[in-house]
Design a binder for this molecule. Structure first.
Ligand code: TRP
Length: 476
């Protein structure tokens, strides 16, 4: 043989680090930089954060390995991979139903994700224009939006939310970008995007965190994030923490199974799973350490909710030195994080359409992105024309939820935990044990520990949290 020719899959990751980067790109997104600080703030910080870490370590990490493992063992789209393993294990192919839940969840998440990413694009534009103006005036290091009253700065969000054409335009731009990348395929589209965007993201994250630590209020931030008040850890808060851990690691939404299918057989999966979980959690924590010092520096409310990033922070940037520049970079950072996640949200359903329906990639991606765009419009309109619509008013925890919150809440609090529960049962109890062990590459006590977590702790903990989170009245 004249030199060992490396046979590469026609379309897959070019290397292990490419996969790790893309998977971290999928995990790190709006969930880390927008949702985590928001809900940690609303749930009182400390105790919530601690419980969140527990969810990551004991539930999230074992499941990350499970889902990547399913993808690589099956080597197809999410549904096809589960069916392949079910077949080899001699169990019903109907287990693939949890892959269906995952693909549907990815689709629904993509629809509202693109709406939020659209706001990010708008703010990046506003801050970018402001920065250009500041530079033109010869004062590049002033605070953002000089000369605007605080009311006017805050009013920008209200104005944006009332401006339907603008919202639609931004939503369309973001979905279009997502589509353009996924249509290129795994190697030329998704991997390339992660290769450029993720390093830029990390540089910005570290830079802005250092900035916040220098000029912001670090003491208040530490007190807030790390002083646990367990009285605030209600079942609803726990359900939210679990949902957030799953959401943040892109579990239960087809991404890891789909990305796992493109990983070559030589790659060790366990350390890879560890890297994804650690990177994702570190970024969520850093995002908190980036945002709260700035929030506390100007005395804003950490529990402001979804508007924290879009309404409170611009006010902070106005009052901080260099705020014009930092504000712009901050929204660029969120934009990069969102884009590497949205491509993965689109890739799960697209890979299914390509494999199971035989569609071409560009057509499949276009139809799915188009449909998600339409569902996104309903979410978008729930901030203005449809603000009175309550789809799930029959369900106490969604009683007061607008359409956006229903789609967000139903995926995060119901679909992801349900999918996670079924993944755990499937991998822990139904899939062929030897196949599973071989594919994870774990042995000895480590395998036993992982299997115990997947087979026992995950289903019980997720099941209980799901039950009491969705029906808090069961507890009293
Ligand atoms: N993890 C992403 C975030 O934190 C959101 C997300 C959930 C996701 N499920 C996904 C991203 C599936 C890609 C694929 O923002």
């Amino acid at each position: 043989m004249a030199g060992a020719t490396q046979i590469k899959a026609p379309d897959g990751w070019s290397s292990r680090s490419a996969f790790v980067l893309a998977a971290i790109g999928a995990a790190v997104g709006l969930g880390n930089v927008w949702r985590f600080p928001t809900i940690a703030g609303q749930n009182g910080g400390g105790a919530f954060v601690l419980f969140y870490f527990g969810c990551v370590l004991l539930i999230g990490l074992p499941l990350v390995l499970s889902e990547i493992m399913i993808g690589r063992a099956g080597r197809k789209d999410a549904v096809g991979s589960v069916q392949a393993i079910a077949k080899k294990s001699g169990v019903s192919p109907r287990w693939a139903s949890f892959a269906w839940i995952q693909i549907t969840a990815a689709f629904l998440i993509l629809s509202f994700y693109s709406v939020v990413a659209g706001w990010v694009i708008y703010y990046a534009g506003v801050m970018g224009a402001d920065l250009v103006g500041a530079i033109a005036d010869g004062t590049p290091f002033v605070g953002a939006l000089q000369g605007e009253s605080v009311e006017a700065v805050q009013g920008r969000m209200t104005d944006l939310f009332a401006n339907v054409p603008l919202l639609l335009g931004m939503h369309l731009i973001f979905m279009g970008l997502t589509y353009a990348i996924v249509a290129q395929g795994v190697g030329d589209g998704i991997e390339k995007a992660a290769l450029y965007l993720m390093p830029a993201f990390f540089v910005l994250l570290v830079g802005i965190t250092l900035y916040g630590a220098t000029v912001g209020n670090l003491d208040a931030t530490f007190a807030f994030l790390f002083t646990p008040d367990f009285s605030r850890l209600t079942p609803v808060a726990m359900n939210e923490a679990l949902g957030q851990a799953l959401f943040s690691m892109s579990l239960g939404s087809a991404a890891l199974m789909t990305y796992g299918a493109y990983v070559d057989k030589g790659t060790k999966l366990a350390p890879t799973a560890g890297m994804i979980a650690i990177a994702d959690t570190a970024v969520a924590l850093l995002a908190g350490l980036m945002i709260f010092p700035i929030v506390f520096a100007v005395g804003l409310d950490p529990a402001a909710g979804p508007t924290l990033v879009f309404q409170s922070l611009p006010v902070a940037f106005q009052q901080m030195p260099g705020g014009s520049l930092i504000g712009f970079l901050f929204f660029i950072l969120i934009f990069f994080a969102a884009l590497t996640s949205s491509i993965s949200l689109l890739e799960g359903p697209t890979s299914w359409a390509v494999n199971e329906l035989g569609w071409s990639r560009p057509v499949g991606a276009a139809i799915i992105a188009g449909a998600a765009f339409l569902v996104g419009i309903a979410c978008l309109l729930s901030f203005n024309y449809w603000s009175e619509v309550r789809l799930f008013s029959f369900w106490p925890i969604f009683e007061d939820a607008i359409i956006f919150d229903v789609v967000d809440g139903f995926t995060g609090k119901v679909m992801l935990p349900l999918a996670a529960f079924l993944v755990a049962i499937f991998v822990g109890w139904r899939a062929d044990r030897r196949l599973v062990q071989h594919e994870t590459g774990l042995d000895g006590p480590l395998f036993a520990l992982w299997r115990f977590l997947v087979a026992w702790l995950c289903p019980i903990a997720v099941g209980l949290i799901l039950l009491f989170g969705l029906f808090p009245s069961l507890l009293v």
